[in-house]
Design a protein around this ligand. Structure first.
Ligand code: ADP
Ligand code: ZN
Ligand code: ZN
Length: 747
């Protein structure tokens, strides 16, 4: 039966998406006067009563009937916009994303809008001004004793019209103004601020200081030729090969046509230096959107993008939803970076959405990386993306030499083999700088009792506490819990406690003892917490004196250290044997990225990887081959195992304060999935339900069910009907359920 046939009410109905966990829209009637006045439009915000609350929602559709009876339909409380907030392309992108990621539409809209708009603040500020009314002398005479009112009236009269700021400047208070208004001696008007004017198209520049090399030229020409329609380019270029220069040439071309450019960068990549580089090159407004902004700043930047007054919009993940008046290009820098995938709530991939958006807008998109994701490489191989290569380092002839050293039979000193220490010493003696990479912060990952074997674990998680040195404490890296360092074993009272394993703080202490005359600079989340501390450390390193730079993942992005001649990767084995199928890919990307930070023309870099499994094929291919060959062999393994990008995954997760209810709940889901796929002959494989690799986190037990199929459509059909089923059921309150389409990590 069609909706038309089921209709119980006929007349104009607004379908509204409200921020609620329910995956559906709600019917409302327009305001009574709006039935004759201008049509309520799709895309505007409305205020509605929802249960006992008042919420701000978005009109998703205007239809001519409802399946509800008239008595059950409430009119909206207010309509907040005269024009849609989001342009058509972004609006459609959000509808598509809500459906694809199976997330409630109202929450998807909420994620896309700045908080001020989400909370109902008008898009454009309105300002008030006042003029004098035509009044009789009689009325004015009544003011003879009200000196202030009289002065104000003659001030307004002589000025013609006055604004609030003019009043303030002239020293008038609000009181006489209100009194004059009441007596009808003046009139109040309000004016909405106009949209900012679009940015001036840039002049075409032909003489840049930098002359492109041949590969850059090919990349720029190829992209330039395609600029009037959708096309996705994968710009695959080693660190320092001039990818940014290529982006900027294409941006210049679009900016000179008056078209805007949207640039997405990883969370760690959006530094003042990145923004400065664009500001320096382009004479148009460059706005940035990231988590460090306050709500007023965010609103301003967002509006400039929407009005078209900003030529360049640069931001992290959620900036993909920023509407652009005249879109011309999307760039995703470091497209392999996992920060483009949101890991909770609305679990979208900004990179994948960016590709959909570019298609929707009919514009080009460039995905750049020195270590492209296997997904993007696969898309390039199947001709969905155009693959462009930059293989030369600009100004650098030699790229660094990589070497794996076998430490399986060595006695290690706080993570270092004799060999490695010897090599570090050599580089320091030659007055060079050294970078030591370890992806674990804190002092040591394990604290245990030598007498009884007790291990210090977080109560909220099934995970060990990490020992931190400064101040001496234990901290859980999963839920953030922290406590003082225990002095004795809580189980046997022994004082013989021992730290095992290595973290950045322990290595810092060790290296400082080994190299007493050389500064050791530690860069991790703990040491850079204070504002500008990172900048200070980078400045110190860039002076070029011998030093040892020690750090985590934070070193793998953005910065370049020309004086570093040795990069040491302390431990590659955890990535090699990760529980996650992306473990090796990520390890490879990290090592290549860290290695790429070092060296310059006259001082070729060396990279040393320590491993107990030095002959492991993955490590060997990383060390002796190019990233392209490494990723090729990874792709082969993925194909053999039928894992993404050769299949599509969805991770269904349940969390509860006990294991049983979570397991039971997912069991029910699993049964539904099984019978649905059997009934519809959809080949969907199920793994689980099983406890997650990290079984308990922040006080919740975690269970997961992995769905795998070779066609996205299969999963989408199943998920849609699963969600419809869940909506009609009463869910146990104790269980939190979530759906992660194209999950990044399975831990
Ligand atoms: P990537 O983004 O690939 O890491 P960049 O575009 O940042 O590389 O380029 C690295 C450095 O090389 C920058 O200082 C840039 O100005 C410079 N550069 C880029 N292209 C050229 C070129 N063709 N000739 C000389 N220098 C270049
Ligand atoms: Zn003990
Ligand atoms: Zn914890």
């Amino acid at each position: 039966m069609s909706a038309e046939a089921k209709a119980k009410y006929r007349g104009k109905v607004l379908q509204v998406a409200v921020p609620s966990p329910l995956r559906r829209v709600f019917d409302y009637l327009p305001l009574p006067q709006q039935q004759t006045l201008p049509e309520p439009r799709v895309g505007i915000r409305v205020k509605v009563s929802f249960g006992r609350q008042q919420l701000i929602g978005i009109v998703v559709a205007v239809v001519n009937n409802s399946t509800l009876e008239k008595e059950k339909l409430k009119p909206i409380l207010a309509s907040l916009d005269s024009e849609p907030l989001l342009n058509d392309a972004v609006f459609k992108l959000l509808l598509w994303a809500a459906n694809y990621y199976q997330h409630p539409l109202g929450e998807v809209f909420a994620a896309a809008l700045p908080a001020k708009l989400r909370n109902g603040i008008p898009l454009r500020e309105t300002s008030k001004f006042w003029t004098a009314s035509e009044s009789s002398t009689e009325e004015e005479n009544s003011l003879s004793r009200a000196v202030k009112q009289k002065a104000l009236l003659s001030f307004i009269r002589s000025a013609g019209e006055v604004t609030e700021s003019k009043l303030r400047e002239a020293g008038f208070s609000k009181q006489p103004l209100a009194q004059l208004l009441q007596k009808n001696l003046i009139e109040e008007h309000s004016q909405t601020k106009a949209a900012a004017a679009p940015f001036e198209p840039l002049e075409t520049e032909s003489n840049f200081d930098i002359e492109l090399n041949e590969e850059q030229l090919i990349a720029v020409t190829t992209i330039s030729k395609a600029l009037d329609q959708y096309k996705c380019f994968l710009l695959d270029g080693i660190t320092g090969s001039g990818k940014t220069e290529v982006y900027m040439r294409i941006m210049q071309e679009q900016l000179s046509k008056g078209l805007q450019c949207l640039v997405l960068v990883p969370e760690i990549g959006l530094t003042p230096q990145t923004i400065a580089r664009f500001r320096q090159r382009f004479k148009c407004a460059v706005v940035s959107l990231h988590s460090g902004l306050n709500e007023t700043e965010r609103m301003t930047a967002w509006s400039q993008a929407r009005d078209g007054s900003a030529g360049i919009v640069i931001g992290t993940r959620s900036a993909i939803f920023t509407p652009l008046a005249k879109p011309g290009l999307i760039v995703i820098d470091e497209e392999h970076d996992s920060s483009f995938k949101q890991q909770d709530g609305f679990r979208y991939s900004a990179r994948d959405l960016a590709v959909s958006r570019a298609r929707q807008e009919g514009i080009c998109i460039v995905l750049g990386s020195a270590t492209p994701s296997l997904e993007s490489l696969h898309n390039a191989r199947s001709n969905k993306f155009v693959h462009l290569h930059l293989t030369q380092r600009t100004g650098i002839d030699q790229s660094s030499k990589m070497e794996v050293i076998d430490v399986s039979r060595e006695t290690m000193c706080d993570g270092f083999s004799e060999q490695l220490l010897y090599r570090i010493r050599k580089h320091i003696q030659q007055r060079n700088q050294v970078l030591v990479f370890i992806n674990r912060r804190g002092f040591a990952p394990i604290l245990n009792c030598q007498t009884c074997g007790w291990i210090c674990e977080c109560e909220n998680c099934i995970a060990q506490f990490t020992v931190h040195a400064n101040p001496p404490s234990i901290r859980c890296h999963h839920c953030g819990a922290a406590a003082r360092l225990p002095r004795s074993c809580p189980s046997c009272k022994s004082k013989d406690l021992n730290t095992m394993g290595i973290g950045t703080q322990r290595i810092e202490t060790f290296l400082q003892k080994q190299f007493t005359d050389t500064p050791v600079i530690r860069i991790d989340r703990d040491s850079t917490r204070r504002k500008n501390s990172l900048e200070k450390m980078l400045e110190e390193i860039n002076k070029g004196d011998p030093c040892i730079l020690l750090g985590t993942q934070m070193l793998a992005k953005g910065h370049h250290f020309p004086n570093i001649t040795l990069v040491a990767i302390l431990d590659a084995d955890s990535g090699l044997f990760s529980a996650d199928f992306r473990g090796q890919e990520h390890m490879g990307q990290t090592i290549v990225q860290v290695a790429g930070r070092a060296g310059r023309a006259d001082r070729p870099g060396e990279v040393i990887i320590q491993s107990r499994h030095a002959s492991h094929e993955t490590l060997q291919s990383l060390a002796n081959k190019t990233y392209a060959e490494f990723s090729e062999s990874q792709l082969k393994e993925r194909m053999a195992a039928q894992l993404p990008p050769f299949s599509h995954l969805c991770l269904l997760k349940a969390e509860a304060s006990e294991m049983q209810p979570a397991l039971q709940f997912l069991d029910g889901i699993a049964q539904f999935c099984q019978s649905f796929s059997a009934h519809n002959s959809l080949p969907i494989e199920q793994l689980g339900p099983l406890p997650a690799p990290m079984e308990k986190r922040a006080g919740k037990y975690r269970v997961q069910l992995l769905l795998k199929t070779d066609k996205r459509g299969n999963l989408q059909a199943l998920l849609s009907s699963l969600c419809a089923e869940l909506e009609s059921m009463k869910l146990p309150r104790s269980v939190r359920f979530s759906i992660d389409v194209d999950p990044q990590d399975l831990v």
